[in-house]
Structures are given as structure tokens and as C-alpha cells.
Ligand binder design. Structure first.
Ligand code: IMP
Length: 427
């Protein structure tokens, strides 16, 4: 049975939540493997809209096991809030399992995220200020606190002592900010431990056993390729790895267990936060896409920067994540535009660049090379098959696929579960 990794192919916010929700129907297990509550997924079921940050979107189906893998950083307060939010809306969360190896976001991580950003002035990253970067910094520095430690009072107390000594010093001496009191954190976090203990598991074993038993496993990526710590627009990236390879590290399984990789790509491009964005539209068209596509962050509410589809990025994602197909989302947002532009390469002086550059200076000096295609005006929101789409929409999709170098398996034509054209359901 296949295991499918689903990733964001651009700068995040590609509509992964909805596609995960659609694919989850055939999955037995849905796994989050990186990031934290910097992510925000919106899923519309019938008349109801659900906003999730940490818990895999598969939770909306009663019979799926949902896993928060070791590669995720967890803010326990946010996780508990999300559990309460789901319970209040009648969603059963008993099938959630949390990796004992996942790292915990602490109050000082959030504070550090804030003061580090402030201290950067114009060079700020534009983080979500959820403590994600500082939590991954501690993980790499080997001073992080894991879920298994949170569940062990003595171990937690010891690690907290060591961390507070360093963090309170850092906050006071480098950032002139207030530090944290150990007893307050102990009380708060031991309360979280009591409430979360029942979800703890060695989740790699659950996934491995399920795959060996022929079950379907879906790995739900957060953020997107260009926010990847290694492959994104560094330093304007997140602190984890949104590319597909991270599913192995962040869930605890080998690369030979992955059969398909689906890249979720919007029919146009958006980005939140700072950093270069070659196809950005700073005009009426950009505002139109923002308005029509409701391009405001699920997590921070920030308006997203909008631009045309960039095939340089699509080709890059196909390469670094090994996409076997793509899901093109929000095609309906382009309805009503006379002409659509697709960026096929970048011009820098006399040079045409075909591969996404490593240097941000190079990227900032790039002018997109566009080809134009006719748009369509017919409503496509009730299309059930590729053949139902107007010829111009079909041509647009065929061209995206040709330029990216991978087939399209899913097309999003509206926000609802049912407004999805599935050419290949992957499982
Ligand atoms: P951080 O992940 O909060 O450290 O933020 C680093 C960068 O990643 C910022 O530009 C954020 O706007 C961006 N980012 C983080 N999570 C998401 C997401 O889920 N969607 C889009 N951008 C994100």
C-alpha cells in the first residue's frame, strides 16, 4: 500500500489542509512531521470551517489515527486549545498520538522569537513569533526539552533549571528583557503534562507497523519548499524542513518506505513575511488575487503578497522533493481574468536563469520572463472532471504541468471538500 508525502511547493499556504482532508478519506494514518503552530490549515466540511495549526487535518474523520511526529515542535498550550476547540465542535480526538521525541516550545522560546526579531530591525525575517526558530535552535544545540521529558517531572525540572540559567541571562544581558520564573513554568507545564500524557507514544513504531500491515499512511507537510531551512530563500525561511525528505527524519522511517510525493501548488503564487518574490504583483492584479483568494494568513492574519505562477519554483520543487505529481489549488481564483501570465525563467542582465538561484542578491535582481495565456470567464466551481473545465483552463493546467515536468493529479476549484477534481486519488 502506498505511503504518500504531501508537501507545499511554494512559500506555504498552498491549500495543503484541504488536499490533506480530501486524501485522508482513504488514509488510515495521517502524520505531521515538521514545523509547529506557525502552520495554519483551513478545512471546510459542509457548512463548517475548521482552522487547525498542530493537529493533522485527518482528525476530522473519526476513524483515522493522527500523529504528531518527532520532527514537530509542540506548544502544549496551543495543542490543548486546539483539542478543546475540536471537542467543542463534536470532533473525537482520542485517535491522536504524539511522539515522545517531539520537542516542546517553552515560554522563553516565544519571548526570544520576539526579541530576536525586534533586534534585527530591517533585517527581520517576519516570523510568526510562535517560538518555532528558538525551539529548533535548542534542539540543534542539544538543550531542548522533549515530550518524554515533559512527562517526567524530575527530568523536566533539571532541564528547566539548566535552560533558565542560560535563557534568563541571555534575555537580560543581550536583549534587556525580563526573564522567567521556574515555579510558574513548572506549575503550568506539569498541568499540560497531565492533560497530554494519554496521547504519548513511540509513533515511529505505529507508522512502521501500519505500513507493514499494508495500511495507507499520509504525511502532511507544513509550510513550503521555499521556506525550507536548506533549500528555501535563506535566511527568509522557517527553521524546519518542509521538503519531502524531512518526512523520513520527522516521522522516524526510512526513505524506502515512501512511494509517492504530491506537491501542492497554487495556480498563482503567494508569500507572507519578508524576502524576495520575483513574480510579486504590486498592482491592482495583486490586490485582486488577494481579495478573491482570501489571501490572509490563517495563523497571523497578515495579508499575503500575491503574484503570477512561477514555473522556475515549480521545477525546483519537483527536483528537491522528487514530486511524483502535483495538486493545483485555487484555480477558481483565476476565473474572470482576460490574460494569465506564467513565469518560465528569470532575466538578469543579458542572462536567462532557468534554475532557482541560491543567492538572494541574484534573486532580487531577477526580472520574470513571462509567457501569456488566455484566461476564462465561465464559472468552474462545480466542475467534477478535467473535461468539465473550459478549454482555456485546461490549456493553462497542461502548460503548468509541462513546465514543471510532473503530472497533475488533483485540481482545486473551490473551498469545499467536494470542489476538487481528482484524476488520481494516490492511494
Ligand atoms: P517562523 O516559522 O515563525 O520562524 O517564520 C519564518 C518564516 O516562515 C516567516 O516568513 C513566516 O511568515 C513563514 N511561515 C512560517 N509558517 C508559515 C506557514 O504555515 N505559511 C506561510 N508562511 C509561513
Amino acid at each position: 500500500m502506498p505511503s504518500v508525502v504531501l508537501i507545499g511547493a511554494q512559500w506555504g499556504d498552498e491549500g495543503k489542509g484541504k488536499v490533506t482532508d480530501v486524501l485522508a478519506e482513504k488514509a488510515d494514518i495521517v502524520v505531521r512531521y515538521q514545523g509547529g503552530n506557525n502552520a495554519g490549515h483551513t478545512v471546510v466540511v459542509g457548512e463548517e470551517e475548521f482552522k487547525l495549526h498542530l493537529i493533522p487535518s485527518g482528525i476530522l474523520y473519526p476513524d483515522k489515527t493522527c500523529i504528531i511526529g518527532n520532527g514537530v515542535v509542540i506548544d502544549p498550550a496551543v495543542l490543548l486549545e486546539e483539542l478543546e476547540y475540536l471537542a467543542a465542535r463534536g470532533i473525537n480526538t482520542n485517535n491522536l498520538r504524539i511522539s515522545l521525541r517531539a520537542h516542546i516550545i517553552m515560554p522563553y522560546h516565544k519571548k526570544l522569537d520576539e526579541v530576536i526579531e525586534e533586534s534585527k530591525g530591517d533585517a527581520k525575517i517576519g516570523t510568526t513569533k510562535r517560538g518555532i526558530g528558538p525551539a529548533y535552535m535548542d534542539k540543534a544545540a542539544r538543550v531542548g526539552i522533549r515530550f518524554v521529558d515533559l512527562l517526567d517531572r524530575d527530568e523536566f525540572s533539571l532541564l528547566l533549571d539548566r535552560n533558565l540559567k542560560e535563557k534568563n541571562n541571555l534575555l537580560a544581558k543581550v536583549y534587556a528583557a525580563d526573564g522567567f520564573n521556574k515555579d510558574t513554568i513548572m506549575k503550568e507545564y506539569m498541568g499540560y503534562a497531565d492533560l497530554l500524557r494519554k496521547y504519548a507514544a513511540d509513533t515511529s513504531i505505529i507508522i512502521y507497523d501500519a505500513l507493514k500491515a499494508g495500511k495507507n499512511v499520509l504525511f502532511e507537510g507544513a509550510q513550503g519548499t521555499l521556506l525550507d531551512l536548506d533549500h528555501g530563500t535563506y535566511p527568509y525561511v522557517t527553521s524546519s524542513h518542509p521538503i519531502a525528505g524531512a518526512a523520513c527524519v520527522g516521522a522516524g522511517l526510512g526513505p524506502t518506505e515512501i512511494t509517492k510525493v504530491l506537491g501542492i501548488i497554487k495556480a498563482y503564487t503567494t508569500r507572507v513575511g519578508e524576502g524576495p518574490f520575483p513574480t510579486e504583483l504590486l498592482d491592482e492584479t495583486g490586490l485582486h488575487l488577494r481579495d478573491k483568494g482570501h489571501e490572509y494568513g490563517t495563523t497571523t492574519g497578515r495579508p499575503r503578497r500575491c503574484g503570477w505562477f512561477d514555473a522556475v519554483i515549480a521545477r525546483y520543487t519537483v527536483r528537491v522533493s522528487g514530486l511524483t505529481s502535483m495538486a493545483v489549488t485555487k484555480l477558481d481564483v483565476l476565473t474572470g481574468m482576460d490574460t494569465l501570465k506564467i513565469c518560465t525563467g528569470y532575466r538578469r542582465g543579458n542572462e536567462i536563469i532557468r534554475d532557482f538561484p541560491a543567492s538572494l542578491k541574484t534573486l532580487a535582481g531577477c526580472e520574470p520572463v513571462y509567457e501569456e495565456m488566455p484566461g476564462w470567464h465561465d464559472d468552474i466551481t462545480s466542475a467534477k472532471a478535467f473535461a468539465d473545465l473550459p478549454a482555456a483552463a485546461q490549456n493553462y493546467l497542461n502548460r503548468l504541468s509541462e513546465l514543471a515536468g510532473t503530472p497533475i493529479s488533483i485540481i482545486g476549484v473551490g473551498t469545499r471538500r467536494t470542489q476538487t477534481i481528482i484524476m488520481d486519488s494516490l492511494f
